[in-house]
Write a protein that binds this ligand. Structure first.
Ligand code: SF4
Length: 458
């Protein structure tokens, strides 16, 4: 059972040494009780206290890891319901489902296409995390036959031969799953198919192959009962499938499960959730909406049937935005960036090191075809206007950037273009950089091409 802040405090050394980063042991205890800090931050907890605190310190949502060939998908360890409260740590995994009744060559071709997909978003490569492979020959006719198991194993092998990405194996029959797991040897897949009727057989497979397992139940209390049985049987990494397949119920149950885990420290529901947006709707637009909801509201492993860059890209960007620490803006390294092979008479432009600002400007200069030197000032990862308003992108900072980058050694002219949004800095900057002519560029990145084309800066 979770301990209160005062109960935790009584188990701490009470020296107020501050090494944990908090001014007092009591402050640390309060944070520990709120799951906002890890016990390891205090190096002086006795072994006896550590044991007593272990339960309280354990993350309220269990971390589940699957992997293949060095690539991992981790879900869990979250401690807040809303990203603005702190941050979300482990981005949900996005998986494309392949069915084993497709011709093997077609399965491999799809796997190859999905694995090859990668896009650059503000300097971060975004791609699909892995595949879910579904056994389809498990109906009454083929139940128990070896044909279903062989076909499943062949699909698993074929996918791994093509692209070694983390897998979710989906099969209702433990015998079929066993074959799939053999084919996936050397990887750590999530095994999906356990229910109240067959969980023992799946738990045996999970233990034998050291794989996490997903369980499905029609009620939240059913899920909680199952996880207690399964953890009691020795499987600790569990993923929850609440069973519902419509937008409203998925939202309600995912939220209920996460609230119970975080706010009530209800361990039987303290596990990541798997979502199947493609089963929520036939229409692709609605599937995208269901996937958006799952990414936003507590889906840990998200399985989609269709792969299309047009629908996957916004989902990957959404995930990236939700799982970015709001307290740490995405930044690029300050310095000089050369675009289109600039020479001594090329334009010199200044911007800030907020990633989206940098990539907006850099892409526009690149697209314009004009060579340019882009000086990126350290504005603590803020955009131009925000940084200016916060005093992080002022005349002094711009002058310092011009000097420390030593751009004067690279160009013959002495003209520097500042963003139109900070035209107000013109006078001050002329004082800071008396040898330079300050030019006011466009306010928006989209107008850079026209500005360079007009040659107004020269
Ligand atoms: S490091 Fe430990 S002993 Fe020191 S202030 Fe923090 S909780 Fe107290």
């Amino acid at each position: 059972m979770a301990l209160s802040g005062i109960q935790i405090y009584k188990l701490l050394p009470k020296t107020n040494c501050k090494e944990c980063g908090f001014p007092t042991c009591l402050a640390f205890a309060m944070k520990l009780a709120a799951k906002q800090v890890e016990l390891d931050k205090c190096p002086y907890v006795s072994d006896e206290s550590r044991e007593k605190l272990a339960e309280s310190a354990a993350p309220p949502v269990r971390l589940v890891t699957i992997s293949a060939d060095g690539r991992e998908v981790k879900s869990g360890n979250e401690i807040v319901l809303f990203r603005h409260e702190k941050t979300f740590y482990n981005p949900c995994g996005l998986f494309i489902r392949l069915y084993d009744d497709e011709p093997l060559e077609e399965i491999k071709a799809r796997a190859e296409e999905v694995a090859a997909y990668s896009v650059d978003y503000v300097g971060m490569p975004l791609s699909i995390d892995g595949f879910a492979i579904k056994a389809t020959g498990e109906g009454a006719r083929e139940q128990g036959s070896s044909g279903a198991a062989e076909r499943f194993a062949a699909a698993v092998e074929g996918v791994l031969d093509t692209a070694k990405l983390p897998l979710i194996l989906i099969a209702d029959d433990p015998a079929v799953m066993a074959k799939g797991l053999e084919a996936a040897r050397g990887t750590r897949p999530l095994i999906n198919g356990a229910t109240a009727d067959n969980w023992e057989a799946f738990a045996d497979l999970a233990k034998k192959h050291d794989a996490p397992m997903a369980i499905r139940a029609d009620t939240v209390s059913g899920l909680a009962e199952l996880t207690e049985k399964i953890t009691g049987a020795g499987v600790q990494e569990i993923v929850l499938d609440p069973g519902v397949r419509d937008l409203r119920s998925s939202l309600a149950l995912n939220t209920l499960i996460r609230r119970m885990a975080l706010k009530k420290t209800f361990r039987p529901l303290g596990f990541p959730i798997i979502s199947f947006p493609s089963e929520c709707a036939a229409d692709e637009g609605m599937v995208s909406i269901a996937a958006t909801q799952a990414i936003s509201k507590y889906g840990g492993f998200i399985v989609l049937d269709r792969f299309s860059p047009a629908t996957i890209y916004p989902l990957l960007v959404l995930r990236s935005n939700i799982y970015t620490d709001p307290q740490k803006p995405i930044q690029v390294q300050p310095g000089i960036y050369e675009i289109n092979n600039p020479v001594a008479d090329s334009a010199v432009m200044v911007t800030t090191n907020f990633s989206i600002t940098y990539f907006s400007v850099a892409n526009e200069v690149d697209g314009s075809g004009f060579p340019g030197w882009l000086l990126v000032a350290d504005a603590e990862g803020m955009s131009v206007l925000t940084a200016w308003a916060a005093g992080k992108f002022d005349a002094e900072k711009i002058a310092k950037t011009v000097k420390t980058t030593e751009i004067a050694d690279k160009v013959e002219h002495r003209k520097v273009i500042i963003p139109g949004h900070v035209a107000v800095l013109l006078g001050e900057l002329e004082e800071e950089l008396p040898d330079w002519e300050i030019k006011v560029g466009p306010r928006e990145a989209v107008d850079i091409t026209a500005y360079l084309k007009a040659g107004a800066w020269q």
